[in-house]
Design a protein around this ligand. Structure first.
Ligand SMILES: [Zn+2]
Length: 199
């Protein structure tokens, strides 16, 4: 399968960012004109647009484009979805995993769409708590299931590289609706996402 890399950037935004990042380099005590840094503002301008592309994507539309009527009422779990996001306080990455589940009430979506929804909300400036709720609400509002569960475990570089330098701390956040608010269903979900079985 041929993979074609297509990235599009708006010229006006890119040139504004290049100018600003050049100034940032100077303010940090660097020489923006030295060879190794010459193209850095441009690379950074493109990288930041890529990492925040979620602002321009509609997560609900992604689910609605692949919504199927299906009479299943078993829990559907997608676990270990990789998260690459940036904290809105320091604009440093936080990386980890999301585990998402829902219990259908007549409608299901493609498993890959769940992962895409996670990406759409992760590729913005975020706090982990809001990211968790954004994902939950999107699935809740589009599929109207009997319940949604989202758990995110992540490491924040702003904690690891600066400040308190807690190298191994992992933040866990969760958000539930409907049947996942009952002990039995939530326990079943937690058991499924913590079991180490890999196919
Ligand atoms: Zn931070």
């Amino acid at each position: 399968m041929a993979y074609k890399k297509t990235e599009q950037y708006e010229d006006e935004i890119t040139s504004g960012l290049i100018k600003s990042y050049g100034e940032v380099l100077g303010l940090l005590g660097e020489d923006p004109e030295r060879e190794g840094l010459k193209k850095t503002p441009e690379r950074l301008a493109k990288a930041m647009q890529y990492l925040t592309q979620g602002y321009h994507l509609d997560a609900k539309a992604i689910i609605n484009s692949a919504k199927f009527h299906e009479e299943v009422s078993e829990m559907i779990v997608v676990k270990d979805i990789e998260i690459y996001s940036m904290c809105e306080h320091h604009m440093l990455p936080f990386i980890g995993k999301a585990h998402v589940a829902y219990i259908p009430n007549g409608w299901i979506t493609g498993l890959s769409k769940i992962a895409r929804v996670v990406d759409v909300f992760a590729r913005r400036l975020q706090v982990q708590e809001r990211l968790t709720v954004d994902i939950r609400n999107c699935i809740e509002e589009t599929l109207k299931p009997l319940g949604v569960a989202v758990v995110i475990e992540a490491q924040h570089l702003c904690m690891i590289m600066r400040g308190i330098q807690k190298q191994h701390s992992i933040a866990t956040t969760s958000a539930f609706t409907g049947e996942f608010n009952t002990d039995k269903t939530r326990a079943e979900f937690m058991r499924l996402i913590t079991s180490g079985s890999k196919p």
